[in-house]
Design a protein around this ligand. Structure first.
Ligand code: HPA
Length: 281
């Protein structure tokens, strides 16, 4: 386990490098999940990017569908930083490594974070291709990114999680969806470590626990963001129905095919929500 001094030094070095590369103070950030990378084309043509591999201490993803670069530019007139790709626990990463990019974003000024993912639908009224606003989460990852010495520079030892997904931002996202005529689902996201998909018995248990969707990401970043006092908006793309809901096998190709199909709606929902956010501030 890293000491507080070492971890803080790594975060500062990564943020310092990005500042040297020209990233401006940025109030809003986005983390893009599997297959949802097209969103970066919504940024102005003058956008700039740095591959994760060039940023000191930044973990680089090995998953197909994850670009692995930090992109910044302007959207709706305001600066925006976008992590196109993320790392997951199932890649053998530690929780603190998964949360590292979120903490670097905080050091760059990000105080509103939009996290997105691909997820399996547990709620039987959902359909593949639906977009779901995350109202809350259940952490079954078997760990927490805040384990170990507390990083007091970010937040308290025992951070509140009673509104992990900001009511204000959810309201803005619902308004953006309504203006688009888009059906926006809302529900509880449950995170498992993966990488195997769940069994039908596990999905039945998760349903009884109150979960509407299941995935293998997002929760570490959201805990780290809440620790640091950031406002969080979470959007899941329901790429498939979870195991046992339909009589078919689950494959990653279906996840990518569905994200490709709904990419346009997804990008517009995010861009319009950010537009509303910038108008309010
Ligand atoms: N389970 C877990 N993670 C996922 C799924 C799923 O069904 N679909 C996309 N990510």
């Amino acid at each position: 386990m890293e000491s507080v001094v070492t971890e803080m030094r790594k975060i500062e070095e990564a943020a310092g490098y990005l500042k040297k590369r020209g990233i401006p103070e940025t109030g809003s950030g986005v983390i893009l999940g599997s297959g949802l990378g097209d969103f970066i084309s919504r940024l102005d043509p003058g956008r700039q990017e740095v591959p994760f591999g060039e940023i000191p201490h930044f973990p680089a993803s090995s998953v197909i569908g994850h670009a692995g670069k930090l992109v910044w530019g302007r959207l709706a007139g305001a600066p925006l930083a976008v992590l196109a790709g993320r790392v997951h626990l199932y890649e053998g990463r530690r929780m603190a490594e998964v949360a590292f990019p979120t903490r670097v974003l905080h050091r760059l000024g990000v105080r509103r974070l939009i996290v997105t993912n691909a997820a399996g639908g547990i709620n039987r009224s959902f359909r593949p291709g639906d977009l779901m606003l995350i109202s809350d989460h259940i952490n079954l990852l078997g760990g927490n990114p805040l384990t170990g010495p507390n990083l007091d520079d970010f937040g308290p030892r025992f951070p509140d999680m009673s509104e992990a997904y900001s009511r204000r931002l959810r309201h803005l996202a619902r308004s953006a969806a309504a203006a688009m005529g888009l059906l926006l689902r809302e529900g509880v996201y449950l995170a498992t470590a993966g990488p195997s998909y769940e069994t039908p018995a596990e999905i039945e248990m998760f349903r009884r626990m109150g979960a509407d969707a299941v995935g293998m990401s997002t929760v570490p970043e959201v805990i780290a963001a809440n620790h640091a006092g950031m406002e969080v908006l979470g959007v899941s793309c329901i790429t498939n129905m979870a195991a046992g809901v339909l009589p078919c096998k689950l494959v990653h190709e279906e996840v990518l095919a569905t994200t490709a199909r709904v990419q346009q709606d997804f990008c517009r929902l995010l861009a319009d929500t950010i537009g509303l956010l910038c108008r309010k501030e």
